[in-house]
Ligand binder design. Structure first.
Ligand code: TMP
Length: 295
């Protein structure tokens, strides 16, 4: 086992878009994870714009999981119009650097309830989403395949924790062959009747700022990671930084934030919540560089 003496000794960390909150603290976290080894580690990651990129090389925005659903041919125009209207109202609130998490949470609950109500009665043949999933393969960050391969090889569980639409997340992961036994998805899944009509979302709604204890407890994933106290966590929104908070047994959490929007306004807030903030980085290089240090 080889611990590191300085963060900058890891070559992938020597880029100007990498911001580190506290180098000494990060160094200690990385060395603890190296010493404990892969048997104590778990990986917790958001999906939208975390496993996937924010934009493609040509500047086109990458579809979110709700966006994938909207692209399905059966989805009626009234749903799309209402979804756009709600996004125009609530997305700026979600990303507002000046509002508190408490204030934002109230608005997110309104958004998710209104969005959920719109879903009811929509006809949704699942195959359509599987087809869209195939179009997402190139949208994954460069290096996600290496991350999934590394975690499979080292028997490290991966939780894909999404406040988006779980059915879309699974469709994209399946299309890329990432939906392996060590990869679990906790998200909002559609309740669909035999006649393909949506009746709502199954269970409790997971929104951007309650992605923590309520959602992970009592899942198959929680059982898999009960003994694993070290976490590498990745997200693209401030709320994602709290994704491991429901696992009290977790000791060291290295939080990696991908920042791709409102960079100047949000950087201080992101640095407050994440150990490492990657600005406009379409890769998993930094995370993979940490994993490669672990036996
Ligand atoms: P996440 O990427 O952090 O898991 O969050 C999911 C995103 O989905 C979040 O930005 C809110 C957004 N969303 C929609 O795009 N459409 C919807 O109908 C709802 C309820 C949420």
């Amino acid at each position: 086992m080889k611990t590191i003496k300085c963060i900058k000794d890891i070559p992938k960390f020597n880029k100007c878009n990498i911001h580190i909150k506290n180098e000494q603290e990060l160094l200690e976290k990385i060395n603890k994870i190296i010493c404990d080894g892969s048997s104590m580690l778990q990986i917790v990651t958001d999906f939208d714009h975390t496993l996937t990129r924010h934009t493609m090389e040509d500047g086109k925005n990458v579809l979110t999981s709700f966006g994938m659903f909207r692209e399905c041919p059966s989805i009626p125009q009234y749903y799309k119009d209402e979804d756009n209207r709600l996004s125009d109202i609530y997305k700026p609130i979600e990303c507002d650097p000046f509002l508190s998490v408490e204030e934002k949470s109230k608005h997110m609950i309104e958004w998710y309830k209104a969005g959920n109500a719109q879903l009811i009665g929509v006809t949704f043949p699942r195959q359509e989403l599987l087809d869209i999933g195939h179009e997402m393969i190139d949208s994954f960050r460069q290096g996600v395949r290496e991350l999934i391969d590394w975690s499979r090889h080292h028997h490290v569980p991966v939780l894909v924790f999404s406040a988006g639409l779980g059915d879309s997340v699974v469709a994209a992961l399946k299309a890329a062959n990432f939906m392996l036994p060590h990869v679990k998805v906790v998200s909002n899944f559609l309740a669909v009747e035999m006649n393909d009509k949506i009746t709502g979302i199954q269970g409790e709604l997971i929104h951007v700022f309650n992605k923590n204890e309520t959602a992970i407890k009592n899942t198959e994933y929680y059982e898999m990671v009960k003994e694993r106290s070290n976490v590498v966590l990745m997200g693209d929104s401030i709320g994602d930084a709290g994704m491991a908070e429901g696992m009290e047994h977790c000791d060291v959490v290295i939080k990696v934030g991908f920042l791709g929007r409102n960079v100047d306004g949000n950087l201080p807030n992101y640095l407050d919540k994440f150990d490492i903030v990657l600005v406009n980085d379409p890769t998993m290089d930094v995370v993979n560089a940490i994993l490669e240090l672990i036996a």
